[in-house]
Each structure stands twice: as C-alpha cells, then as structure tokens.
Design a protein around this ligand. Structure first.
Ligand code: AHR
Length: 322
C-alpha cells in the first residue's frame, strides 16, 4: 500500500513540475523554438545567423521557423513548438498586437517565452519571461537629432515607414516626430510604408520623386537601412545625388549602408545590434536554473556618420567587428 501511495505521489509531482516548466530532453540539451519574422532585410538575415551561431556555440538545439512576415505563420509555429514540448520559445513578433491567446497556451504548457527585437502589446507581463530589445523610440530620436543638427532644423522630410503595426515602425516614427516637433521649419512632407524592404523602398521613393520636385526634398528618413538603400537606387535613377542633393538617414547599421555612406550616398545610420541571441539564451538558462530574470534586457546602439563609414565597413566585412 505504501509503495502504491509513493508511486501516486511521484506521478503527481512529475505532473506538477511539467506544468511549471518544460522538461529538458533526455540528453540534457536544451531545445529552443525560434519564430523569426522573415528575411525582409539584410539586418534580419544577420540577426538570424547570429542567433543560430549562438545556439550552436552553446550546444542548444534550435528549431527555426521563418514566418515570411505573416503573424498567422508565427502563431502556427509557436503552437507547433508547444506541441513538440520545447524547453523555451523565442519570438521576434512581426506586429505588436494579437499575441495573448498563443502566449497563454505556452504559459499553460509551462514553456517560457522570450520576446526578442520587436515588442508585443501585452497588459499581462507574466505571459513572457523577458524581452531582449533596443529602444526604438530612442533610435528615432537619435536619427532626428542628427538631421536637425545637420540642417539647422529647416528640412522637408520624406519618410519610408516600416511594416504597419510593427513596434519598430511605430516607435521609431514617434521618437523622430517627438524631436522634430521642436523645430517649426522641420516637417514630414510625404510618408508611406515600404514594409522594411529594399524593393518597396525603391518603389515608394520613385513615387515621392514624381509627386514632388526633388529640389524641395531635403532628406529621406527611412525606418531601416534596407529601405534607404532602395531609395538611393531610385534617386540615382532619377538623376538626383543621394547623400548630397537629398540627405539619407536610417536605422540598422548594416555593412551595405556603411558602403553607401563611404561612397557619399547616405549620411547617417543608428545601429541596431543583431546580437540578441546571447542575452536571450542567457535568460532562458538562468530561468531554468531557477534564477530570476529582469523583464527587459536592453540592447543599445550608436549613430554613425560618413566620417567613420569606410573604417566601419572594413571592420564589419573583415570579421574584425562582431
Ligand atoms: O525589427 C527591427 C527591424 O526589422 C529592422 O530595423 C529592420 O531591418 C527589420 O526588418
């Protein structure tokens, strides 16, 4: 009778632990599901590679899913990770809203979730373990401060927005607008989404250049380098000198924009580090050891200009810079 009671107690304990926290695989290796947005930009590709290489270095089994910029694909991937019983899930969310139901499912399964890169709009912060993220509002402010200094605050700006509903677009826009609001002669004259891609950045810039006399445009403010690079192509094709006739400021600091800056075609970029996998895995490992983890792990980036562009391009393409 005693043995039967002990067995029942053991079974209850295992069930309780299973609902609190996912079990590690039999060989002790962690298995982490990573739902990535897609491959819309050079930055995104570097970010994916950085997370994959960080997982390899730590001997973590990474289940990777590319959502091709669609939230429904991300939700499907997260449900599949839950069904597979992974130890943790990392999500780079394409848009801010609509995450509560699937995060609740992960919570019920006892699987910790790390939000990485973009943010989710959630009232209940118990639905995730931590966020590893940059301050997108501050990135927008940095870009605007540079532009206001450069132009004395007198500037007609065309804006290439990121994906509609993405925190990276919403917050960068709000930080930028907050700064230029203090300059009566600074104004956004045209603004449209180009979905964070080079092709759309080029197409939208073509429409801007047709809708307005290019001489009346002082600067392009692009929510990422990829769209800025597309705009540069459009300007060149229209006989406008990017970086000189029209200033170009953006965010990410990918090698291609440093090349464009060293050629004089772009002017400034704010860095978004792609190295967020390390802090995310650190947080997961700490949590599984029973340690507490802060709700936000910030990642910061500086603004770079043409002055250091050639040197930065060399460092970043030679493997010298991480
Ligand atoms: O969420 C970060 C943004 O998404 C990057 O700035 C952009 O390049 C990417 O597509």
């Amino acid at each position: 009778m005693k043995q039967i009671l002990a067995l029942i107690a053991g079974a209850i304990l295992i069930a309780a632990c299973g609902s609190e926290e996912a079990e590690r695989s039999a060989d002790g290796r962690l298995t982490v599901g990573f739902s990535q947005i897609g491959s819309e930009s050079g930055w995104r590709t570097s970010f994916t590679q950085a997370v994959q290489s960080e997982a390899r270095n730590r001997d973590i089994t990474l289940r990777f899913s590319d959502a091709q910029q669609k939230q429904e694909n991300q939700i499907r991937a997260v449900r599949s990770f839950i069904a597979q019983g992974v130890d943790a899930i990392i999500i780079a969310p394409v848009v801010e809203t609509g995450w509560r139901p699937v995060l609740t499912e992960a919570q019920r399964a006892g699987i910790p979730v790390v939000i990485i890169d973009r943010n989710m709009a959630l009232e209940d912060d118990s639905l995730y373990l931590t966020r590893v993220a940059s301050d997108f509002v501050e990135e927008g402010r940095k870009a605007a401060r540079w532009l206001m200094d450069e132009t004395g605050g007198d500037c007609a700006i065309v804006e290439l927005q990121g994906t509609v509903g993405a925190s990276a677009a919403i917050d960068r826009m709000s930080g930028f607008n907050e700064v230029i609001a203090d300059y009566p002669n600074a104004r956004i004259v045209m603004s449209q989404t180009a979905d964070f891609t080079r092709t759309r950045g080029k197409d939208i810039m073509v429409t801007f250049l047709r809708a307005m006399n290019p001489k009346d445009i002082c600067a392009v403010w692009a929510h990422n380098d990829e769209m800025a690079l597309g705009a540069i192509i459009a300007m060149k094709e229209a006989g406008v000198a990017p970086g000189r006739d029209i200033l170009v400021v953006s965010v990410d600091a990918v090698p291609d924009i440093f090349k464009a800056m060293s050629d004089g075609d772009a002017n400034a970029t704010v860095e978004l580090s792609p190295h967020m996998g390390g802090p995310a895995f650190d947080a997961i490992e700490a949590h599984l050891r029973g340690e507490s983890v802060p709700k936000l792990i910030p990642v910061n980036g500086d603004l770079f200009t043409q002055e250091t562009a050639a040197e930065e391009y060399r460092r970043r393409t030679s493997g010298e810079a991480r």
